[in-house]
Design a protein around this ligand. Structure first.
Ligand SMILES: Cc1ncc(C[n+]2csc(CCOP(=O)(O)OP(=O)(O)O)c2C)c(N)n1
Ligand code: SF4
Length: 250
């Protein structure tokens, strides 16, 4: 019988700890599929964040290293510079990447570090119980914004791809989503492109993936996908914000 669907080899055969309906699992799969297709599992180092994906090292078959909160791009910088022949990627949530890790993110990007950053934007701090993240939408109820995020008090959400696309060192800044099959396919293409950029030494590539956190949003997995589509995509438009050889836009 022909096998039409199977677990990517780069994804370990272990149960995932993520909540039912959480899209972290989809993104893990896409990264693993890209590693399989490029045949780079044995030559890749992933850098884990703090947050729900802290244990991503249990799931990927490549070498993995754990970074302190927000420091993944700095750790990845060290790994890549000392092992230029390795593929190096970080996998980070929005609390990790766009709150405590803002400096590391911006400076790794502006230095044009030849790494891949997979950025999971679920508009909330998932692991710690649902506090406001820099990406929380105006009006969104979280544990720390019980009346909805009020921009007058809490400022406006950070649009990471738009912000980083102004930096010369950035080769690719693309926002994708995993709420539907066509979007999942697009997401995979973007992740593949980011890894190909690294192979071609183009510089810093970030793929922002709009994701769900049904648990802390208080929604069923299906309604969470609907929220992603109806509320997140209008605020965070999908698309390619920068696609060039690093430095080529200046
Ligand atoms: C320096 C530091 N500050 C705060 C924390 C607590 N902390 C751990 S995970 C987390 C939130 C992570 O949220 P996010 O990055 O959005 O990932 P998610 O869990 O939503 O996937 C926080 C605040 C920590 N571990 N270290
Ligand atoms: S808390 Fe949210 S982000 Fe974390 S595993 Fe559960 S659904 Fe996913």
């Amino acid at each position: 019988m022909a096998v039409v669907f199977e677990r990517p080899k780069s994804l370990c055969d272990v149960p995932l700890h993520y909540c039912p309906g959480c899209t972290h699992g989809i993104v893990h799969r896409l990264v693993a599929e890209v590693m399989d297709e490029m045949g780079i599992e044995g030559n890749t180092v992933g850098v884990c964040p703090v947050g729900c994906s802290v244990m991503a090292y249990d799931y990927f078959g490549c070498d993995m290293i754990e970074a302190p909160h927000g420091r993944a791009p700095a750790v990845a910088t060290g790994v890549k510079r000392t092992n230029p022949d390795k593929f190096v990627f970080t996998y980070q949530g929005d609390g990790d990447l766009a709150a405590i890790g803002t400096a590391e993110t911006v400076h790794a990007a502006t230095r044009g570090e030849n790494i891949v950053v997979i950025f999971i934007n679920n508009t909330i701090y998932g692991m710690t119980g649902g506090q406001m993240a820099p990406t929380t939408l105006p009006g969104q109820v979280t544990q720390t914004t019980p009346f909805g995020r009020n921009p007058e008090l809490a400022g406006y959400p950070v649009r990471v791809c738009e912000m980083l696309s102004t930096l010369t060192g950035v080769a690719l800044a693309q926002r994708v989503a995993v709420d539907s099959v066509p979007h999942v396919r697009e997401a995979k293409k973007a992740i593949r492109k980011a890894f190909e950029n690294q192979k071609e030494k183009k510089g810093f590539s970030i793929v922002e993936v709009l994701s769900t956190c049904p648990t802390n949003w208080g929604l069923t997995p299906t309604d969470a996908l609907k929220r992603l589509r109806d509320e997140m995509i209008p605020y965070y438009p999908l698309g390619v914000y920068k696609d060039s050889v690093a430095g080529g836009n200046d």
